[in-house]
Design a protein around this ligand. Structure first.
Ligand SMILES: CSC[C@H]1O[C@H](OP(=O)(O)O)[C@H](O)[C@@H]1O
Ligand SMILES: Nc1ncnc2[nH]cnc12
Length: 290
């Protein structure tokens, strides 16, 4: 039985959910090692949720050091079917202002050093990733943001998130290149998570919290960590309201998601003859298809 069907990954500045009740800390082990930190299991308005601080509660991990596979696999082990990521992002477009919220629908991969598949070691799968975000989950998020009508927050219902390697922020030339590609926001974490969530058949969507104008805007200072965390603290309460209401609506009316059957036509290897050790390692992902 699922421990929690809804998971939350909190990014920079969002290290806990204040409204979580009856919390329990779970030290989860996975075939891919330990997640970034203990998973905090608790009740949000009576609904069980699993919360993980992406960089650890004391923010001790660089984006390139994050155990993405362990984080997503741990959520899968707890029975998570819907995963909400809350993330700080820089804006690449003038109309997207600090404190705004974006629910991106696309990614551009500029990472260099991430493992973003569970497969290999004798089992090959290629998931479809044309629509990397679950649009039905994203629609719940956007409806909630619109309905809450938060002061100082403009909602952007879609947009492309550039996922860069980091940890240094972009150069102006890079930032302007991404602008010329029409991308809306930039961060360092969500693309590997979205890929792994899709392989794990978990519906994934991002609540992107805009904290800065990166380094391209002639009238604004270039991004600093102080700016990111300051703006995150300014709209951390709003972000938590959005997540809380989204959890309520998901639990009342869980949307269908193509992500929930993402592996159906993705596995190439005949599992009957696949290495037993890999089948065991990926048992949770494969058991429906064995
Ligand atoms: C603290 S600024 C850069 C840092 O913030 C974002 O983190 P997250 O996506 O976990 O909110 C960005 O991706 C970088 O990791
Ligand atoms: N400008 C930026 N670039 C990359 N990641 C970020 N996270 C928050 N702001 C960012």
């Amino acid at each position: 039985m699922a421990v929690a069907e809804i998971g939350i990954i909190g990014g920079s500045g969002l290290y806990k959910m204040e409204a979580l009740k009856e919390v329990e800390e779970l030290e989860v082990k996975t075939p891919f090692g330990s997640p970034s930190d203990a998973i905090i299991l608790g009740n949000l308005d009576g609904i069980k949720v699993a919360f993980l601080a992406r960089h650890g509660r004391n923010h001790t991990m660089l984006p390139s050091e994050l155990p993405f596979r362990a984080n997503i696999y741990a959520m899968k082990q707890l029975g998570v079917k819907y995963l909400i990521s809350a993330s700080a992002v820089g804006s690449l477009q003038a109309e997207v202002k600090p404190l705004d919220m974006v629910v991106p629908d696309q990614f551009i991969d500029r990472t260099k050093n991430r493992i973003s598949t569970f497969f290999g070691e004798g089992i090959v799968a290629h998931i479809a990733f044309g629509d990397p975000i679950c649009q039905n989950l994203a629609a719940v998020l956007t409806d909630v943001i619109a309905d809450l009508n938060l002061s100082d927050v403009t909602l952007h219902r879609d947009g492309t998130y550039v996922c860069m390697e980091g940890p240094a922020f972009s150069t102006k030339a890079e930032s302007n290149l991404y602008r010329s590609w029409g991308a809306k926001i930039i961060g360092m974490t969500n693309l590997p998570e979205a890929k792994l969530a899709r392989e794990a058949e978990i519906a994934y969507a991002t609540l992107a919290l805009v904290t800065d104008y990166d380094c391209w805007h002639p009238d604004h200072d270039s991004v600093t960590v102080e700016m990111v965390i300051g703006n995150l603290q300014r709209n951390g309460v709003n972000a938590q309201k959005v997540i809380q209401e989204t959890v309520k609506r998901l639990s009342k009316n869980p949307p269908s998601s193509d992500a929930h059957s993402a592996l159906q036509y993705a596995i190439l290897t005949n599992l009957a003859n696949a290495p037993a050790a890999t089948k065991e390692k990926l048992r949770l992902l494969l058991e429906k298809y064995l």
